[in-house]
Write a protein that binds this ligand. Structure first.
Ligand code: ATP
Length: 249
């Protein structure tokens, strides 16, 4: 990670702000106090141990789980209590761990379907624009979802979000289960998308991936954001990861 990636984003222009978020499943509180912000054009990471509450945070931002406390602001609008249909219309997209593409439809059909619904904004990518960035999908545009490799399925899930008009991509463990060389390709894709001004909140179990592609990192521990810093900050203070994640860099 070069220092200029850290420096090139405008931290005074937040696209997403989460303040004091609390959430529960029934009686079980999972999020106690999650506060973080993601600037326009940045890749930010949310890292933490299994069960720390990373996916739950993304679900609250999307609106598929209603928070019990705190506030979520997106592009200056309070979205705390909106549904996932409403947040999609505003340009928020979650790419879940299980990818959820249509296995019986071709790559092109999957992309075409994503063009219905989603955001009303002009930020939608056309299928041709997406295929020009996702070269491995372009090579397989006639293949069915079920015939794609895990990495290609992940790319298709991200591509669908862009065709649907996502301004903010919430990526939930995009490298989960992928071979190391495919992880590298997903990392390159995230960097390419960031160069195309897509804002990304990346949840990763793989801290190395988060450090490679994100500008700023938030460490979640037992439902609280306990640390926020740049890659340079984390490199300078390795004890943070050891303390909260049980891993070294
Ligand atoms: P992982 O990487 O393991 O998915 P995570 O940090 O994303 O971890 P969450 O999936 O947000 O963690 O889960 C936080 C806690 O909430 C865990 O203890 C999990 O068991 C619990 N949990 C998650 N989903 C539900 C649910 N639908 N009902 C009840 N409890 C849940």
């Amino acid at each position: 990670m070069s220092a200029d990636r850290d420096d090139r984003n405008d931290h005074d222009d937040p696209l997403l702000e989460i303040d004091g978020l609390a959430a529960a499943y029934g009686e079980t509180r999972v999020l106690e106090d999650v506060s973080l912000s993601v600037s326009r054009g940045e890749v930010a990471s949310l890292i933490g141990r299994n069960g720390a509450g990373k996916t739950t945070t993304l679900r609250c931002v999307l609106g598929s789980l209603q928070p019990i406390g705190g506030q979520i602001t997106y592009a200056g609008t309070d979205v705390t209590n909106l549904s996932s249909t409403e947040t999609a219309r505003l340009g928020i997209a979650l790419v879940p761990e299980d990818r959820r593409i249509f296995p019986g439809l071709t790559v092109r059909e999957n992309l075409a379907l994503a063009g219905y619904g989603g955001s009303d904004e002009a930020s939608r990518w056309t299928i041709e624009e997406v295929l020009s960035v996702f070269e491995s999908l372009a090579d397989r545009e006639g293949s069915r979802g079920a015939q794609l490799s895990g990495g290609e399925q992940q790319m298709l899930a991200i591509a669908r979000a862009l065709v649907a008009g996502a301004d903010l991509l919430l990526l939930d463990e995009p490298t989960e289960g992928l071979a190391p060389y495919v992880v590298r390709r997903v990392e390159e894709l995230i960097t390419d998308l960031n160069d195309a001004d897509v804002t990304i909140l990346l949840v990763e179990q793989n801290v190395r991936v988060a450090l490679d592609v994100a500008d700023r990192h938030h460490v979640l521990d037992r439902g609280r954001v306990v640390y926020e810093g740049s890659t340079t900050d984390l490199d300078a203070d390795e004890s943070v990861l050891d303390r909260h994640l049980g891993v070294g860099i």
